[in-house]
Design a protein around this ligand. Sequence first.
Ligand SMILES: N=c1c2ncn([C@@H]3O[C@H](COP(=O)(O)OP(=O)(O)OP(=O)(O)O)[C@@H](O)[C@H]3O)c2ncn1[C@@H]1O[C@H](COP(=O)(O)O)[C@@H](O)[C@H]1O
Length: 106
Amino acid sequence: MSDILARLGDQIDSRRQSNATESYTASLFARGEDAILQKVGEEAVEFILAAKGDDSADLVAEAADVWFHMLVLMSAKGLGPADILNELQRREGVSGHAEKAARVSD
Ligand SMILES: N=c1c2ncn([C@@H]3O[C@H](COP(=O)(O)OP(=O)(O)OP(=O)(O)O)[C@@H](O)[C@H]3O)c2ncn1[C@@H]1O[C@H](COP(=O)(O)O)[C@@H](O)[C@H]1O
């Protein structure tokens, strides 16, 4: 399932060299990091609003928009989906409560 994320991450990275008029991703890179951050924020709000409704397809579409724009931001920072997946894998099996308790006692 993570193959699509890897392919999308590679495609996003490759769009750094693309023409902004032909590629939406390239147009985001051209607008700069603050514009990408703004899009992540807008998409997150749209995701929350969709979650308050009852349209599952709309919620899934908005979630995909959040993931895509997050990956564009990560690419701008030299990071990609593998970094997120590795972090989730590192956390796998560790209770969130236990992890937080260990953090607080540090
Ligand atoms: N997954 C996506 C993807 N998800 C969302 N979007 C675009 O994200 C934009 C968000 O829509 P909005 O309505 O919120 O934004 P907007 O109002 O149109 O844009 P703004 O003027 O507000 O910036 C739309 O243009 C969507 O098409 C995406 N654009 C591209 N991809 C992937 O990226 C690949 C490369 O795309 P290009 O860079 O466009 O070739 C594609 O093949 C896809 O795999």
